[in-house]
Design a protein around this ligand. Structure first.
Ligand code: PEP
Ligand code: MN
Length: 338
């Protein structure tokens, strides 16, 4: 039986389940910037007393997203502990400057999510505006970068950007947000572990009592118990001055390889969709599936192209032939379908 809780009880219920979970901060979107109109935009001011209750009854400190001066005034009135600037706000220097002016000299913790586009300078610029406004407690959140048609990650992590950020601003703690990077539940742990291997200072994960019913980002939500299991499985590696650089380098390179391998699969998938469309056209026109000259032509061009980049004839030959065999089989199937 599904028990539907009233919103305040739902918030308390989730917070209580997180008490013994290693979580120290309760993040909640009170105002939510939505890509399309008509989506759930958050409960608004009404939810701020609920967060005060969370803090009082569970000891978890609270964090919300703010995007304008009205949000900030209310967040300060209700004594929210951490205010974060969302990815869609970080892209706008006017908005960030207004926020910095309103927060002038605050001792609250302010987090800056990376901008949605992969622009290191924009991220650093937002942090600089806060520093210039006399704000001392600043953190950065890595939530990945938007990309058109990315089927594996919702927002591919592009690890090199946060690494470059830390090189330029080594005193700003870095938190990873695997929920918004992955957009699904399957790869959260992998991304969280990579972040820890790269010596991040914290992990931000979205949790919901019944994830499939969530009004926003349902696919990436996990239950408090799955959250606990995941967090306890994560390994915090020993920091040794010597080992640290090696481990970070190795983790970064492995993460890049993993991302590229998934991209290869994504590209093969996209290619196969087009192969299927061609199969349908061939069927309509009653044309033979295998066109030898075309394949030989393509193969020669690709071998030459690969050679220029130092990739062997054998590698290109093996991969392209395997792809071609699969493509022919797929088209044969389409053409022979009744
Ligand atoms: C969020 O944290 O729920 C959110 C909207 O994230 P982002 O700003 O990273 O898209
Ligand atoms: Mn979200």
């Amino acid at each position: 039986m599904l028990v539907v809780l009233k919103p305040e009880s739902q918030v308390m219920n989730i917070a209580e389940q997180l008490i013994d979970s290693k979580a120290t901060i309760f993040r909640a979107g009170v105002w939510k910037p939505r890509t399309r109109p008509g989506s759930f935009e958050g409960v608004g001011e009404k939810a701020l007393p609920w967060l005060q209750r969370v803090k009082k009854e569970t000891g978890l400190i609270t964090a919300i997203e703010i995007a304008n001066t009205d949000h900030i005034k209310l967040a300060l009135d209700y004594d929210v502990d951490i205010l974060w600037i969302g990815a869609r706000t970080t892209v706008n220097p006017f908005a960030v400057q207004d926020i910095a002016d309103e927060l002038q000299n605050t001792d609250k913790i302010i987090w800056v999510k990376n901008p949605v586009n992969p622009d290191l300078e924009l991220w650093i610029g937002a942090v600089e505006r806060l520093i210039q406004a006399g704000i001392k407690n600043i953190g950065a959140i890595h939530r990945g970068f938007s990309s058109y048609n990315s089927s594996h990650y919702r927002n591919p992590p592009k690890w090199q950007i946060p690494i470059d950020f830390r090189r330029k601003m080594p005193d700003i703690p870095m938190i990873c947000d695997p929920s918004h990077i992955c957009g699904n539940r399957d790869t959260l742990e992998n991304v969280a572990q990579t972040a820890l291997d790269l010596q991040y200072d914290g992990i931000m994960l979205e949790v919901h009592n019944t994830p499939d019913d969530a009004w926003s980002d349902a696919k990436q939500q996990i239950t408090p118990s799955v959250f606990k299991e995941l967090i306890y499985r994560l390994v915090v590696r020993q920091k040794s001055i010597e080992g640290e650089e090696f481990l970070s380098k190795l983790s970064l390179l492995r993460a890049e390889i993993d991302t590229l391998d998934m991209k290869i699969i994504d590209i093969l998938y996209d290619r196969m969709q087009i192969v299927k469309d061609i199969g349908k056209v061939k069927k309509e026109q009653n044309v033979a599936v295998f066109q030898k000259e075309r394949f030989n032509d393509i193969l020669l061009k690709l071998i030459e192209y690969g050679n220029k980049m130092g990739l062997s004839r054998e590698l290109i030959n093996t991969i392209m032939k395997a792809i071609h065999i699969e493509s022919i089989a797929t088209q044969e199937k389409i053409i022979n379908e009744k």
